[in-house]
Ligand binder design. Sequence first.
Ligand code: NAI
Ligand code: MG
Length: 495
Amino acid sequence: MTDLERKQRLPVPSEWTYAPAPESRDVVQLRERYGHFVGGEWLEPKETYPTISPASEEVLAEVGQATAAEVDLAVKAARGAYENGWSDLPGSERAKYLFRIARILQERSREFAVLESLNGGKPIKESRDVDLPLAAAHFFYYAGWADKLEYAFPNRRPKPVGVAGQIIPWNFPLLMLSWKIAPALACGNTVVLKPAETTPLTALLFCDVLRQAELPPGVVNIVTGDGSTGAALVKHEGVDKIAFTGSTEVGKAIQRELAGTGKKLTLELGGKAANVIFDDAALDQAVEGIVNGIYFNQGHVCCAGSRLLVQESISDAVIEKLKRRLTTLRVGDPLDKNTDVGAINSKMQLDKITELVEAGKEEGADIYQPPCRLPEKGYWFVPTVFTNVAQSYRIAQEEIFGPVLSVLTFRTPEEAVEKANNTPYGLSAGVWTEKGSRILWMAQQLRAGVVWANTYNRFDPTSPFGGYKESGYGREGGKHGLEPYLKFDSEAFGG
Ligand code: NAI
Ligand code: MG
């Protein structure tokens, strides 16, 4: 402290670290126990299980573990609502409900954001600034299509498919719900949705929004439970279409199950995206893109930039900048507004990340983790970078779904393409270069559903999203996202 400061008694901080800035939990009112939302009513569940906060392991509520009989009730409710009016409503009427849902989500976004972070472990600044605005945007966007389907698909007489069974994962619970429900309703279908077992609470709060919007009972039904509930939904004969987002393993099992049934299917599965940095890229921006690509949402992102491909001539400089940047990431309480990296979603996922990181060390890659104090309770993983990674290592091949980056190098654009495409997946990719022609060339060569240029993890409801190869098929978002929820006259003639 200088003499001048002492004289003026200015409060000079002794260190420049962040003070805690916790978001209040008061805005969320949890019930002790939740049932299934069937036909617009709460159905008392036969079995329940506890859902927790992964940051504290605190039990938040008991939720239902739906049996096949309960799934059957939900499908029947959806069928009833489909036949008793919903599928015949004019598109402009369906749109009104979707617009209402979108507006209510906006009005209640703080409540939803806090609950999302509480139940799933993601930082509040992400649920507040990404998940919630995008969820509302999806409903607004598809509300706009509801009365324009004939113009979207001219001369093809689009009609709803019927009852859609929708199974979603835990990494973006409310956002994945919106990706599924908004286009389904816009097209005149009814829905049975199953959230992931670790993150049911925002989907259950969403039932409250449906009531507020006065959506006719049975148009959206929500059953909670684990994989066995999902399997019962997939198998149910009353379901006309399945939409699934989750692991490639379960996606394949669903595809086998549905073979020959005539049910429509879309799969959005895993990824192992390459984020490719050329030597002419704006390096500081690229480093921000790398960080956003893999540490956003603890790396629990199907399109995460989990493989960094950096041109050899700038590799040392990029890795040095990246390591320095990692020391500034704040890991901890998801409800703290300063937190960059929150809790790992579950014990199971933490074990999977830990196992793959051990494999990376054993196979001979060099590991870097910034100094970092983790909370004692809950599930946490320090942001990690592996250098000296060979193509054959498990950490370069398998989806880790955690805050772990594998760095590989390349010399020529051809080599970058070859390495980027050398994976069973094909969901997304990133390209960083100042050269426009190279961006276009790379986008053509990369076998990935989405290619971001000089940015990463950028989402918009108007833009279709989906994969190649083992990342699945079918598109969500944009006009493309309507098609899986429609059947067309021409299909009757095999056209
Ligand atoms: P998962 O694929 O088992 O779970 C996703 C959803 O499918 C959940 O709602 C789950 O209850 C349901 N489910 C599980 N088994 C089912 C079955 N036989 N029939 C129907 N539904 C079923 O994924 P999990 O076990 O949570 O995570 C394992 C790995 O999968 C992760 O480490 C990650 O690599 C990957 N994953 C990818 C996601 C993506 O967005 N592409 C999302 C979640 C996980
Ligand atoms: Mg699983």
